[in-house]
Design a protein around this ligand. Structure first.
Ligand code: URA
Length: 241
């Protein structure tokens, strides 16, 4: 995965994007020992980049897990609400984006990265990474509704029913729901389709990556190398397909 040279310079030399572009155009930046004057030049993971002769370090990709509290939106910026990126100090935030979205009132596991190819695998509609949610319900879930959720339900505005899901009953009004796709408001719409209503929603797991119980709401930590590598190498499809 590569990123633009101007973005790399602004992230790593504490310059604004336009200052970085000026530095590049005026010949103050080199990549792998050669001066580069094109701000759109792509910098690979192993590139050696120098600004005014000083090595800025090889590009390291960043992967974080965050325990999202309610009230924040999953976006890089928002005119109205605080975003999950507001929980990351400015110096560490450059280039990060959430790999998939949770609603403003949903809590739990959010992955943040600057690796676009990796986040594409996390969110891929091909179901590489199952998403696991703990769902609080307004009403008890009859067995017929549980089976319907598992087999697939029709959602308004969608051409096809939802893919097979797994439902684990945790209590009278609480289930664990495992999905292999991520349609807009999917959990809430699925429960509405069987005549129920979601009153609390927490994402516990994405693929093989579980929310670290040591993370308080609002806290984050880097992913371990095994967690990063698990995306794509542990297909977590739901059985029976
Ligand atoms: N499904 C929803 O309805 N909301 C979320 O935030 C995530 C999944």
């Amino acid at each position: 995965m590569s990123i633009r040279l101007d973005r790399f310079i602004s992230n790593n030399a504490s310059l604004t994007r336009s200052e970085a572009q000026r530095a590049i155009r005026t010949g103050r930046v080199s990549v792998d020992e050669a001066t580069v004057t094109d701000p759109a030049w792509r910098v690979g993971e192993e590139s050696s980049v120098r600004f005014e002769g000083a090595e800025l370090g090889r590009r390291r990709l960043c992967y974080l897990m965050l325990n999202k509290p309610a009230g924040l939106v999953c976006a890089t910026r928002d005119g109205e609400h605080r975003t999950v990126l507001d929980l990351i100090p400015g110096g560490e935030r450059g280039g990060l984006h959430p790999a998939g979205r949770l609603d403003k009132d949903t809590t739990g596991l959010v992955l943040l990265t600057d690796d676009g190819a990796w986040s594409h695998r996390v969110t891929s509609p091909r179901g590489e990474c199952a998403k696991v949610y703990r769902v609080g319900l307004a009403e008890p879930l009859p067995e017929s509704a549980r089976r319907a959720l598992e087999q697939g339900v029709e959602l308004r505005g969608e051409r096809r029913p939802t893919l097979p899901a797994e439902v684990e009953v945790l209590g009278a009004r609480e289930i664990r729901l495992t999905l292999q796709e991520g349609k807009y408001h999917q959990v809430k719409r699925m429960l509405a389709a069987v005549g129920n209503r979601v009153i609390s929603l927490e994402r516990e797991r994405i693929g093989a990556i579980s929310l670290d119980p040591a993370l308080a709401p609002g806290a984050y930590r880097p992913l371990t190398p095994d967690e990063v590598a698990s995306v794509g190498s542990h297909p977590s499809r739901i059985s029976g397909q």
